[in-house]
Design a protein around this ligand. Sequence first.
Ligand code: BT5
Length: 281
Amino acid sequence: MSETTSISLSQDAKNAEAVALDAARIQQALASGRFGNPLHYFREIGSTNSHARELAEAGAAEGMVVVAESQSQGRGRLGRRWESPAFTNLYLSILLRPKLAPAHAAQITLMAAVALADAVEVYVPGQVAIKWPNDILIGKKKLAGILTEASCDPERIHHVILGIGINLNYTSDAMPEDLRRRATSLLEITGKPVHRESFLQALLQGIERCYGELEQAGFAALAQRWQAYFAWRGRRVRVKLLDQVTIGTAKGIDPDGALVLIDDYGSEQRILAGDVIPLET
Ligand code: BT5
């Protein structure tokens, strides 16, 4: 891991240099806001979430951002891997210190999903969907994922690391075979490369705005915007968490951000965590 200054570059890295993010420029563009000051930039890192957590534990302030061009140990939920090819996508983590009750920490993921969907919507109007709780889909394919890791005690949240991976410019040959059917990038959909710096700046500003709304007005207004992006409302779905499976018709989310299903007996079930799979196409 090297926080970038001068290093000797291979030819590949020199080619990539032309499209590397300019961290100083991004930080300057965000100077008047709460997020992105400081912004720590790495060409390569294990996981931006892991590094952000170390900085959080060392006392870093809310709004700090870690961005990397590639990750060797990019993580999804439950220890899954996040493919992080270099210089094409965005991998970032934001440190938050929300004054929420620990039971409401999941609202951070849902708040970020709204901001992320809004940022993507600009490029592919009308095509973005949120898959509860943490995926952004275009059609049936995954464009982005969110990994929220909270450090709490029973009374309060110490910090939340909000990690986001979003596929902007990868071409499918950069992805392992088994992911090509399930994942996509904005370049693949629109045929046009995305200017990553502009996207990152807009995304951070959007998350800052949504986070401010959550702090000031609570989750209800964001929940309505979330519902408008919700994939599979009214569809029969199966939700799996470890060895527990729940089947029902997806209704939406409740004010706490739990997924609400109507089960086969007509009862409402609130689901706090898990993976959702639609049962019919
Ligand atoms: C997620 O987990 O979707 C959360 C991903 C968060 C990644 C960011 S990158 C910056 C920050 N630092 C980290 O270390 N992580 C965060 P989950 O819902 O568990 O989905 C993981 C699954 O998505 C994998 O098992 C694959 O099936 C699929 N997947 C992996 N890489 C992908 C990619 N680049 N694009 C689309 N799908 C992918």
